[in-house]
Design a protein around this ligand. Structure first.
Ligand code: BEZ
Ligand code: FE
Length: 276
């Protein structure tokens, strides 16, 4: 292969971009072109392989919908969203990836309310804690948007058997920055593996399991929101997440909820929000 000619070709493609293009778009696409060209040179990609990668992207598009983002799922399997969180100025010890199962419009619930709609199939957990600013002062009216999968490992949007907003809730802290809600002890579940994500996992001989977790977005006026996930220390997948998202600072111990009639387990976690 004439390496010099290939490099000149890459420059030619990059230089075809008009200077009128939006600068950030231009930076992203030009860098993408350089890395993809380098990938082809490094691997000696064949035409059959290129066509088959494009075919996978077509299938990912076909399987995607408002409730299913097969591209973000595949990005997660390849560690892309975790890396974006790692380098983000908004990232920190309490942040984690959003994942494809977030839905805005969770029902507003009172302090101590439950995100479980209908009969609980699982261990009801009482979770509480405080939201504070960087100086340790409580933040009143901070919001916590919470969502989790059912004990069958499915989120409401994946599961016609669950009501529209099951296992989702929006809570607000009181004047002391205190929040509390009831949820299920989270269950480990497989990420959807009946589409392109599954093809990738199978090709790499990897399992689809995510360790048991609860998702949250914690925010307040004038503060940077934290997108997060909290994990169950006792889950067998805690050190083996299919999307590499677990951080030690987000791993919790679920304890017996002694003295509570409305919950079997208890867990506590405090949040610190930085100024926006
Ligand atoms: C989730 O935790 O909801 C999730 C993350 C990545 C892929 C699929 C699901
Ligand atoms: Fe999840």
């Amino acid at each position: 292969m004439d390496r010099l000619a290939a490099d000149r070709f890459t420059d030619m493609v990059v230089n075809a971009t008009s200077s009128k293009a939006d600068p950030r778009t231009r930076q992203l696409i030009e860098s993408g072109i350089r890395h993809l060209h380098a990938f082809i040179l490094e691997t000696g990609l064949t035409l059959d392989e290129l066509v088959s990668i494009c075919g996978l992207l077509v299938q990912a598009g076909k399987i995607s919908s408002d409730a299913r983002n097969e591209f973000l799922l595949s990005a997660n399997i390849l560690g892309l969203e975790v890396l974006v969180d790692m380098i983000s100025p908004n990232g920190g010890p309490q942040t984690a990836i959003l994942g494809p199962m977030y839905q805005p419009a969770a029902p507003r619930l009172p302090l101590g309310g439950s995100i479980i709609q209908g009969d609980a199939d699982g261990q009801v957990t009482y979770m509480e804690g405080y939201v504070r600013d960087a100086s340790g002062h409580p933040i009143a009216d901070a919001t916590l948007d919470v969502w989790q999968a059912g004990t069958d490992g499915l989120y409401d949007i994946q599961d016609p058997a669950q009501s529209g907003t099951n296992l989702r809730g929006l809570f607000t802290t009181d004047a002391n920055g205190h929040y509390a809600f009831k949820c299920l002890r989270p269950t480990a579940y497989p990420i959807p593996d009946d589409g392109i994500g599954g093809v990738l996992l199978q090709a790499l001989h990897r399992h689809p399991m995510r360790p048991a977790h609860l998702h949250l977005i914690v925010g307040a006026e004038g503060k940077r929101s934290i997108i997060s996930q909290l994990y169950d220390r006792d889950c067998p997948y805690i050190d083996n997440d299919s999307i590499f998202a677990v951080k030690d600072t987000l791993v919790l111990t679920f304890e017996p909820a002694t003295g509570r009639a409305d919950a079997e387990l208890y867990v506590r976690y405090d949040w610190t929000l930085q100024d926006a």
